[in-house]
Design a protein around this ligand. Structure first.
Ligand SMILES: [Zn+2]
Length: 179
């Protein structure tokens, strides 16, 4: 199976997603897109992502996750291969993402704080800081509650996700779903 760049769809050679040997190529972006990021931002994508001290995922314009840092993998209990090239709702295990149509295409998705915040930053370039997002609103549980922050670099959005259950994160406002 050919593997394609999640940003420009350029073919990147054979997919190694099913390979089990170590050192496999798990890149989701082609070299051209990585070099474009470096030229635009003055730092490599990997290095920029490593500069964050919170869970961060990188979102492509179509809503798919391009990359995740170690903190994000740990928080989501997933490996990079279980995150990258997948839609946000699947990665965050939003129950609405399992409905017909999937993440971004159900009637509930219009009110999704994560989607609205990421897409606003994607379209306007405006960053957001510590916006409350409660996944699965029918679950009145702090484990479903996050503070999200966004910023756009090049054509991609960096989405910072801090779980509110983490006592070091002070909510800025009460969440009607869980507090
Ligand atoms: Zn590309």
């Amino acid at each position: 199976m050919q593997k394609a760049c999640v940003l420009c769809s350029r073919e990147m050679g054979r997919a190694s997603r099913d390979a089990v040997r170590p050192g496999i190529d798990t890149r989701t972006l082609c070299l051209g897109c990585e070099q474009h990021f470096l030229a635009q931002c003055g730092v490599s994508l990997d290095r920029y992502l490593k500069g964050f001290s919170m869970p961060v995922v990188v979102v492509a314009p179509d809503g798919r996750i391009v990359l995740a840092n170690n903190d994000a993998c740990e928080m989501l209990h997933k490996t990079p291969l279980q995150i990258e090239s997948r839609l946000g709702g699947d990665v965050f295990e939003c129950e609405y993402a399992r409905l017909p149509g999937g993440c971004g295409r159900t009637e509930h998705c219009k009110g999704c704080a994560i989607r609205m915040t990421v897409m606003d930053t994607m379209v306007t370039g405006k960053p957001h800081h510590a916006v409350r997002a409660h996944l699965n609103p029918h679950l009145p549980d702090r484990s479903q509650c996050f503070l999200i922050s966004t910023e756009k670099r090049g054509s991609i959005v960096f989405l910072g996700v801090e779980p509110v259950r983490d006592k070091s994160v002070q909510p800025t406002s009460a969440c009607s779903a869980c507090l």
